[in-house]
Design a protein around this ligand. Structure first.
Ligand SMILES: [Mn+2]
Length: 317
C-alpha cells in the first residue's frame, strides 16, 4: 500500500516541470525539514526542474535551510506538494487554486479533502520519516545535509523517539538514513535543543505555578506581563509543553498564554490519559489525539475548556 503511494508520488514529481512544496503556518522543525529536504532532493535528482519551498520563514529555524519566494505565475499549472498540514486554511504561501495538481503527505488525522492525491499515515510520528521513506525508496537522491534535516524533523516531532506509534518503523527509517549518509548524530542536537537561559527560567516559573485539579489536570494561564517579565513570546510557552510530561499525578496539562497582538489566547494541551483532540476541536482547535492546540478568541471560554478537560479526565479514570 505504502509502496504504491510512494511510487505514484514519485511519478507525479517526475512529470512536472515546476514543483512547489508547502507546509503549515507557524512551522515547526518537522514541517520545515520535510519541506526543505523534499525540495532539495527533487532539485538534486532533477536539476532541470524548478523546485520551490514556500511560506514565511522563522528565524529560530534558519539552520534548517532557506525558503523561496515565488510569483503566482510560477504556481500556475505546477505540482503542489503540501506536507505536515491537514487542512487547506493552514497551508502557508501557496495559492491552492493555481496549481494543476495537489498532493498531500501528512501524519495528522485527515481533516479536509483538498488535494488530488493523499498519502496520510497516522502511524508515522513525523512527516519527516514519510519524506525519508519517499526519498529512500525511489530514485530521489539524498545527501548528508538532506538526511540531517530529516533526522532533525523526525527527532523533534517524536520528541526523541518518545512518541512512537510504529516503533520498529521509525527506528528502521532512522537506521536507513544513518546508513545512507553516514550521519553523525551528536553534533546535530545542539541546534534543536539549545535555548536561552530566559526560557529555562520561564519553564521554572510554569512548573512552580501550575494549578492542579484533584483529577490530575494541570493548567496555567500566562499573561502578557509575565511573558514580558521573562522576555519570551506567546509561542514559547506552548512550545515547551512537552517538557512537562510524566509528572506524577498529572495526566492532562494545559498551558494558556495571552497573545494580545493577535487578540487570542494560545492553548496547548497534552494528555497521557484520555483523548483530548475532540475537546480541542469543540473550541475551534485540533491536532493529534493526545497533543492538541486551540487559539481561543474569547477569554470567557477558558473556564469552560478547563472544565471539559477535567471532566474527561474524571470519566476516563
Ligand atoms: Mn509533524
Amino acid at each position: 500500500m505504502k509502496m504504491n503511494e510512494i511510487k505514484k508520488i514519485f511519478r507525479k514529481i517526475k512529470k512536472y516541470e515546476t514543483v512547489v512544496v508547502a507546509r503549515h503556518i507557524g512551522p515547526d522543525p518537522d514541517a520545515l525539514s520535510s519541506q526543505i529536504a523534499l525540495r532539495d532532493s527533487i532539485k538534486l535528482t532533477f536539476p532541470e526542474k524548478r523546485v520551490y519551498a514556500v511560506g514565511a520563514s522563522t528565524a529560530r529555524f534558519n539552520y534548517l535551510g532557506s525558503l523561496d519566494r515565488i510569483s503566482d505565475e510560477e504556481m500556475k499549472g505546477a505540482l503542489l506538494i503540501v506536507v505536515d498540514v491537514p487542512d487547506a486554511r493552514r497551508v502557508d504561501g501557496a495559492k491552492l487554486e493555481l496549481f494543476a495538481e495537489k498532493i498531500k503527505i501528512d501524519h495528522h488525522p485527515v481533516e479536509e479533502e483538498f488535494c488530488d492525491f493523499v498519502w496520510v499515515d497516522e502511524r508515522a510520528c513525523s512527516t519527516a520519516e514519510m519524506i525519508a521513506s519517499l526519498i529512500l525508496q525511489t530514485k530521489l537522491e539524498i545527501t548528508t545535509e538532506i538526511a540531517e534535516k530529516l533526522f532533525l524533523g523526525l527527532v523533534s516531532d517524536s520528541n526523541r523517539f518518545l512518541f512512537t506509534n510504529d516503533s520498529s518503523n521509525i527506528f528502521r527509517i532512522t537506521a536507513d538514513l544513518i546508513d545512507a549518509t553516514n550521519l553523525k548524530l551528536p553534533t546535530l542536537y545542539a541546534n534543536l535543543y539549545k535555548r536561552p537561559l530566559a526560557e529555562m527560567k520561564f519553564q521554572g516559573y510554569i512548573a512552580s505555578n501550575f494549578e492542579i485539579t484533584e483529577n490530575g489536570l494541570a493548567h496555567i494561564y500566562i499573561t502578557e506581563d509575565k511573558l514580558k517579565e521573562f522576555k519570551v513570546d506567546p509561542a514559547t510557552a506552548g512550545n515547551m509543553i512537552n517538557n512537562f510530561n510524566f509528572i506524577e499525578g498529572v495526566y492532562v496539562w494545559v498551558i494558556l498564554s495571552e497573545d494580545k497582538q493577535n487578540e487570542q489566547i494560545r492553548v496547548s494541551i497534552r494528555s497521557r490519559g484520555p483523548i483530548i483532540n475532540d475537546v480541542a476541536s469543540e473550541f475551534g482547535g485540533g491536532g493529534h489525539l493526545y497533543a492538541s492546540g486551540v487559539k481561543l478568541k474569547d477569554p470567557d471560554k477558558i473556564d469552560e475548556l478547563i472544565e471539559k478537560l477535567d471532566n474527561k479526565l474524571k470519566t476516563h479514570k
